[in-house]
Design a protein around this ligand. Structure first.
Ligand code: FVT
Ligand code: MG
Length: 329
């Protein structure tokens, strides 16, 4: 055998130009959705200790950030409100207020930066006094159908303010279909639904709960509505239902620990799949970098590329702006 080895896969890796030429996956700023936390007031920035580098911003500041994101080529923002505590209640009525933080932020951004997409979260947890995503009965059980009815109103409230993508993150059964019907009925035919179809009851959401001020409020856990991390077939059933009810795209959440789910959903349904690289994943990367365990920029880009390779159309990530800057450099 004079030609051992017959095939040298290292050949195409031997230079930068060749690695670029053979790359199977591309990551661009257009793959990124940037989650932002909105808080009351003007000129306000409140850093979030458990999410180093991420802050809550008042509406005026969010508009500036929206402009920056658009200039970097980020196509879409996801908005989350830090509702003042005196506006939280058992039933989360503030979610339906047309002048709540979310709606004010939507209108201000749409006014100033009409070309950026706005994805808005539908669930009651930033508005309830108990931190659950829906209405709770005496035994502490989160009620499905009664919650779904309110979520429909919440979605309409956001669509009227100008939301482009309604993203129900509550995991109630049947809510996608109800929201789709209501949107059609009210003339919001082009408002999309990105269903948090496979959202797991995860330990990676801690810093997010700090950011929206619900960590100290949450009673119990969310295991009766969010999925068991042990399950994958169930995720496919969740996705199938949400697609059947009219979801335009589906989300898997958290991200990196659930790339197997992303892959299976993509292969089975061939629809746009998104993943949420959640707050605990962000915090883990930041902690690793701060501890000298890895290069921050490289960790950020490698993890985001992994989502694309697994089959994601895009990723919700708190690193969106940082990643876009790196990708544009
Ligand atoms: N409905 C949105 C979230 O729960 C986000 C979770 C996170 O970033 O940890
Ligand atoms: Mg479901």
């Amino acid at each position: 055998m004079s030609h051992y080895p017959a095939l040298r896969l290292r050949r195409t890796r031997a230079s930068g130009w060749s690695r670029r030429l053979h790359a199977e996956t591309v990551l661009t700023p257009a793959d990124l959705i940037w989650p932002l936390f909105v808080t009351d007031g003007e000129g306000v920035e409140e850093p979030i200790a458990s999410l180093p580098g991420v802050s809550r911003w008042s509406v005026d500041a969010i508009v500036t950030l929206a402009r920056d994101a658009a200039a970097l080529g980020i196509p879409c923002l996801a908005l989350f409100p830090n509702t003042p505590h005196d506006r939280r209640s058992e039933r989360g009525e503030e979610a339906l207020n047309p002048d709540n933080l979310m709606c004010r932020a939507i209108r201000a951004i749409k006014d100033a930066v009409p070309d950026i997409g706005l994805l808005t979260d539908v669930a009651l947890d930033p508005y309830t006094a108990h931190g659950h995503d829906g209405l709770v009965d005496e035994a502490g059980y989160v009620l499905n159908d009664a919650t779904a009815e309110i979520l429909v109103e919440q979605a309409l409230n956001q669509a009227r303010a100008g939301a482009d993508i309604i993203a129900p993150s509550d995991m109630m059964d049947g809510r996608v279909g109800l929201i789709r019907d209501a949107l059609e009925h009210e003339g919001h035919a082009n408002v999309q639904i990105m269903a948090y179809a496979a959202k797991y009851a995860s330990a990676f959401y801690g810093p997010f709960r700090d950011a929206v001020g619900s960590r100290g409020l949450l009673k119990g856990d969310k295991k009766t509505y969010q999925m068991d991390p042990a399950n994958a077939e169930e995720a496919l059933r969740e996705v199938e239902l949400d697609l059947g009810e009219g979801a335009d795209s589906v989300m898997v959440k958290p991200g990196l620990p659930y790339l197997d789910i992303v892959r299976r959903v993509k292969e089975r349904f061939e629809v746009p799949v998104f993943a949420y690289q959640v707050s605990g994943e962000y915090a883990m990367i930041e902690a690793a970098a701060a501890a000298g365990a890895g290069d921050r920029d490289a960790l950020v880009l490698e993890t985001l590329m992994a989502f694309k390779r697994a089959g994601c159309s895009g990723v919700l990530t708190y690193h969106a702006v940082h990643a876009a800057r790196l990708l544009n450099a």
